[in-house]
Structure formats: C-alpha cells, structure tokens
Design a protein around this ligand. Structure first.
Ligand code: FE2
Length: 315
C-alpha cells in the first residue's frame, strides 16, 4: 500500500501572491485525517481560495514535499530579487508583505528558529514605535524604512540570529533583546541606498568611503544623545558606535580593536557577517556551514570569539 502523504499548512498570503501560477495541489482539511483537493497544480487558485476564505476557511494545505520544493525554488528567486540593489523599494515592500513566510522559511532552513524570527518582528515593531516617538530620530527612521527596505529587513533577520545566539546565554533579558532591535533599526538611519552600495563596493577598502559614510556610526550616536538626551540605553549606543568594526582591518572607523570590543556589538557584528554570507549564497544547503567556517577564520579572539561560539551553538 502506498504511504500516506504528509500535509503542511500553506500561508494564505503566499497563495495570494503566487496563486496565479501555483505548481502544486492545494487541499482543505475536513477532519483530522481527511483532506479534499480544492486546487490543481498550475491552476489559477486565487479565486478558489478567496471563495473559501470568505466562507471562513483559515487554513489551506499542501503535500509537505511539494511545498518544500516550492519554497526552495522561491528562496533563490526571492532572495536574489529582494536583496538586489536594483529592485525598487516599492517592489521590495510588496515582496516583503506577501512573501515574509517564504523568506522566513529560508532562515529557518539555515538554523534560525521560527520563534526567533517571530520575536524579532514583534520587537522591531515595538522598537519602531519607540523610535518614532523621538523628534530627533522620527523622520530619519521613516525615511530609512521607506527607502532602504532591504536593509530594514536584513536588520530583522540579523536580529533573529542574535536572539537565537542569546538562547544559550544566561544573561539575556527582555530589555537586552529590545536594545538589540533598537540598535539594529537605528544604526543606519543616516544612510541612503547609495551609501549601502558604496559600503558594499568598498568592503575591503573602507578608508575610501565618503567621510559622512565612514563616520555614520559616530554621527548616529551624536544624534541620539543630542541635547543630553538619555532616552537610548548605553547598550544601544555602544552597539551603534561599533557596528562596522571588524578584527581584520576591514572595519571602520577602527576605534576599537579585537581585544577590547564589548560583547554586545561583537554579537551584532558576527550575526551581521553570517547573514551577509548566507544571503550572498542564496541560502544554498551548505551556506550555513560554509559561513561558520569562514567566520572561524576571522573572529578568533576575545568577545568576537565568544559571540561566534554563541552563534555556532545557537543555530
Ligand atoms: Fe552602518
């Protein structure tokens, strides 16, 4: 007798986006062990699903194997489009709204827990509200979120990785978690999409960056502490101040060396470098272990090493 297939839930927003060209069958659950097929592979299933959703259906299913194959295909395409500087910001926001679940699957595949991605998103929402209450940061943040949407999303995923790293540390607290997201969302509010392109292009020669880009970590801290403002925690400020430091001469502005970097910025920097690599390799199956290998050759000492150990244990 043929083995019964295993089913899994397909997020409705994924169906809405790709419903015009769905490469697998969709099912409704009638009871614990009974499912009925409502859409055939390559049919336009948007209307059919909209009809059931209007009737109160909340869950649509697919054969797990088919869905995983689809997610793997989409991973490559979406990641390439989403993190490509040429995709317009509006397109990126649309991709994000409708494909967060698919992007999330990519991160889960490299070892980031589903709970961490969800928590990072919640904390980012809270942090965004906090940042938007401050006169000095409000406009910069709104602009950053609108114009640099892929960097905004990258921050969400770097945050998820850091939250995963915390899972194995006993000093984590809710406020530290919140501070990580604040630092991630604030660190680049003074930059434009073009600045991110130049940082990428001059990755190995950061001294060639324009002064305002080279000094943005310090300038951001100055903005946050203007008029003796103490609303932002020292933790947040130190993470922002050092977020481009690296132990291999490729960091800037180079105010702290690998023996004296504090632990919080070290966690962010290591997570950032990890995400950078897995995105560049489009979540290929071995990208996780390749990235960890490369990082082991860079982060060898002090808190950088501790942070890398937390990453290796956490994902
Ligand atoms: Fe930055």
């Amino acid at each position: 007798m043929a083995q019964k297939p295993e089913y899994c839930r397909v997020p409705i927003e994924v169906i809405k986006r790709y419903g015009g060209d769905f490469p697998f069958d969709l099912y409704l659950r009638l009871s614990d062990d009974k499912l009925v097929r409502v859409g055939h592979a390559n049919d336009d299933v948007k209307d059919t699903v909209a009809h059931y959703v209007a009737k109160g259906v909340k869950e649509i299913f697919a054969i797990k194997e088919d869905y995983i194959r689809f997610v793997e295909l989409m991973n490559k395409d979406l990641t390439a489009k989403f993190f490509d500087v040429k995709t317009s910001s509006e397109d990126k926001m649309e991709i994000l709204q409708s494909s967060f679940s698919v992007l999330k699957e990519s991160f889960v595949k490299i070892g980031v827990s589903q709970a961490s991605v969800t928590l990072a998103r919640e904390l980012a929402k809270k942090s965004g509200e906090f940042i938007s209450q401050h006169m000095a940061t409000k406009d910069f943040f709104t602009q950053f979120k609108g114009k640099c949407s892929s960097e905004y999303v990258r921050s969400l995923f770097v945050g998820s990785v850091v939250l995963n790293m915390f899972d194995n540390l006993d000093w984590k607290t809710d406020s530290i978690r919140q501070h990580v997201m604040e630092a991630l969302l604030l660190r680049d509010i003074l930059l434009s999409p073009e600045d991110f392109v130049s940082i990428k292009e001059m990755r190995d020669t950061p001294k060639r960056l324009l002064g305002e880009v080279y000094n943005h970590p310090k300038a951001t801290v100055e903005l946050l502490t203007k008029d003796n403002c103490r609303d932002f925690s020292p933790d947040v400020l130190v993470m922002i101040e050092h977020h481009h430091e690296r132990p291999d001469d490729k960091g800037f502005p180079g105010v702290v060396n690998e023996n004296s970097i504090p632990i919080m910025p070290a966690m962010l920097i290591v997570a950032d470098e990890f995400i950078e690599r897995v995105i560049t390799w489009a979540f290929a199956p071995d990208s996780r272990s390749l990235a960890l290998n490369e990082l082991a050759g860079i982060f060898k000492k002090g808190n950088f090493r501790k942070a890398l150990n937390a990453l290796t244990a956490g994902i």
